[in-house]
Ligand binder design. Structure first.
Ligand code: HEC
Length: 153
């Protein structure tokens, strides 16, 4: 590679890397995209929660309970991050940001407790043991009652 081309390539790479790290610290999106992004994460949670519910009620085998619980824990982390940008709209009540300390403490508890569920599943806990961890791991309704204005679809 000619020297000049090489310098340009390295500069471009460094630029891309610093862009990447600033994005990781505080993801900033166009407001409409910020809403769509967090709603898609919430829908991921809805599907995975339905699946773990099917396993808990033994409608389907629990052979993928580790993967499901791990996906919920990872999605909870993404959900917590996705509300850092102050973008009222969608079904989010403005209270999310006017009472952000309370909202964040609920999200943080969700992250911690869903991780406990994932850790237990990955250590091979029984379905009975996991069922006990489900209630704190899935505080969906508690938060929605306060912070979500569900639109009738
Ligand atoms: C700490 C608060 C909080 C927790 C915990 C939480 N949610 Fe939400 N959820 C919200 C808010 C706020 C919205 C509205 C987001 C928007 O429309 O911008 C929402 C929206 C949703 C939506 C609608 C998405 C759409 O398509 O518009 C679904 C489905 C959902 N949540 C499922 C879940 C499930 C399942 C869980 C638990 C595993 C959960 N949520 C946990 C706050 C929370």
């Amino acid at each position: 590679m000619p020297r000049m081309t090489k310098i340009i390539a390295i500069a471009a790479l460094a630029g891309a890397m610093s862009f990447g790290s600033s994005q990781a610290a505080a993801p900033a999106f166009d407001p409409k995209d910020a809403i769509e992004y967090r709603e898609r994460i919430m829908r991921t949670l809805q599907e995975q929660t339905a699946i773990i519910g099917m396993m808990a009620s033994m409608a389907v085998p629990d052979s993928h309970v580790k993967e499901t619980a791990t996906t919920i824990a990872l999605s909870a982390k993404m959900a917590a991050k996705s509300f850092e940008q102050n973008v009222p709209g969608g079904e989010a009540k403005p209270d999310v940001w006017t009472k952000y300390a309370d909202f964040k403490s609920r999200m943080d508890a969700f992250v911690v407790d869903s991780q406990k569920l994932a850790d237990a599943a990955n250590k091979g806990a029984s379905l009975t043991e996991l069922t006990e961890l489900l209630v704190p791991a899935l505080p969906c309704k508690d938060c929605h009652d306060l912070y979500r204005d569900e639109k009738k679809k």
